[in-house]
Design a protein. Structure first.
Length: 170
């Protein structure tokens, strides 16, 4: 007996079981079921970019919300990961940097660099003291959710649930 392991979304796997059942006998159905038990469902990818940190690691919350988590500690690394993983959601910090001549933060670099690579929903953490600069950023870029430090875990969980819902519906 040989086994063939196929990889396809769980909803297609369920469809195959239902379509095969009325047409075939038990042996083939068991073979198909054994193969399908090895199928892994793929969750949407969330890219977490933590440049400065100073707040809790929310990776467990991201996974609990149904995301596969990929992390980066710089925008340069994040752009590489965006190309590799095409995340559906990104979570990043807005860190105002007055020494930049042409932008206010590295978040602008991230947003510009990711255009055309993916259409991720962005969740941004920001400091209250930089609200004015962050609002200038928002005039040029769209984000799904803005959360002020200290980040309220319940609000973050709600934002993740909304992002997850929207990724499920395209």
């Amino acid at each position: 007996m040989s086994f063939v392991f196929l990889s396809f979304p769980a909803d297609i796997a369920n469809l195959l079981i239902w379509r095969i059942r009325p047409v075939t006998g038990k042996n083939l159905l068991v073979s198909v079921f054994l193969s399908l038990s090895c199928v892994q469902t793929q969750n949407p990818t969330l890219l977490s970019i933590v440049e400065f940190g100073g707040y809790p690691d929310f990776s467990a919350l991201y996974r609990k919300a149904g995301f596969d988590v990929v992390s980066a500690d710089s925008v340069r690394k994040a752009v590489k990961l965006i190309r590799q993983h095409k995340p559906e959601v990104m979570v990043a910090e807005f860190n105002f940097q007055s020494d930049f001549r042409d932008r206010t933060s590295s978040l602008e670099t991230l947003m510009s660099s990711s255009q055309g690579l993916c259409n991720a929903r962005m969740i941004v953490f920001y400091e209250k003291e930089y609200r004015l600069q962050y609002e200038k950023f928002l005039a040029s870029y769209t984000v799904a959710e803005s959360l002020e430090f200290p980040v309220d875990e319940e609000k973050l969980a709600q934002a993740l649930a909304q992002a997850r819902e929207r990724t499920a519906h395209g």
